[in-house]
Design a protein around this ligand. Structure first.
Ligand code: ADP
Ligand code: ADP
Length: 231
């Protein structure tokens, strides 16, 4: 599903060059649930931006679902993101004045899906994350964990093959964090590949594989033997 070969990312600021990724090699198979860990500045965000087709590498090969991303133009990247990738963020990024249902419908509006189908798919996604009772609530009427469920439902409606989640439990208490991880586990069981950044070792234990970054390289890549299943 994902192959990275010798991925280098250099940021140029004036005369300064900073190598954020220093030749990363990585394969992620369809249906894996991967967490990325590592100290601040180790290249996690840079890696996520490249994997999420938000930014391109300075050099190296990136194959995603048989597409060669190196050669992709800005428009092609946007198209690939739209068709294949769902994004979940630490701060939920919901529109505050609109209901849960409308937030989830929004990505389909941009894709020209008709109103009836938007409603049906949004309801289905919200039911899937356990929020069917809260669809007419606005974000400030929902708990953090519920808001993140709305965001996850929103990430699903264009049928992504991958979900990229950047610190999705960073603003949640530990109980809600475990609940959100069990939502990701459930989606993963349905076949969606998940790539998630976290600072919390306990959270990483809910995935299948933990990749540790250090100084722009993969320092350790370990399988989780007995991933904890949330109640
Ligand atoms: P992490 O997410 O692990 O904290 P980052 O990928 O954000 O690491 O950063 C890796 C390195 O690249 C850091 O030294 C950071 O300061 C630098 N960096 C990240 N983004 C940029 C950018 N847009 N411009 C310049 N330097 C950047
Ligand atoms: P995180 O908490 O995810 O590691 P950072 O604080 O490293 O995020 O970076 C936040 C944003 O700022 C990212 O989009 C990153 O690309 C950008 N950034 C990080 N370091 C620099 C830098 N030295 N110069 C410019 N942008 C940077």
């Amino acid at each position: 599903m994902i192959t990275l070969k010798n991925i280098v990312k250099v940021y140029k600021t004036g005369d300064l060059e900073l190598k954020a990724l220093d030749g990363v090699n990585l394969t992620v198979k369809e249906g894996e649930f991967v967490t990325i860990m590592g100290p601040s500045g180790s290249g996690k965000s840079t890696m996520m931006n490249i994997l999420g087709c938000l930014d391109t590498a300075s050099s190296g090969d990136f194959i995603l679902d048989d597409l060669n991303i190196n050669q992709a133009s800005e428009d092609e990247l946007a198209e690939i993101r739209n068709r294949k990738i769902g994004f979940v963020f630490q701060s939920f990024n919901l529109l505050s004045r609109t209901t849960a249902l409308e937030n989830v419908e929004l990505p389909m509006l941009y894709n020209g899906v008709n109103a009836r189908e938007r409603r049906a798919k949004a309801l289905n996604a919200l039911t899937g994350v356990g929020l069917s009772e809260r669809i007419h609530h606005k974000p400030n009427e929902l708990s953090g964990g519920q808001q993140q469920r709305v965001a996850i439902a929103r990430s699903l409606v264009n049928n992504p093959v991958i979900i990229m989640a950047d610190e999705p439990t960073g603003n949640l208490d530990s109980k809600s964090s475990v609940e959100i991880m069990s939502v990701f586990q459930q989606l993963n069981t349905m076949g969606i590949t998940i790539i998630l950044v976290t600072h919390e070792p306990d959270i990483a234990q809910h995935s299948n594989r933990i990749i540790h970054f250090k100084d722009g390289l993969i320092d350790r890549d370990e399988m989780v033997e007995d991933r904890s299943m949330a109640e």
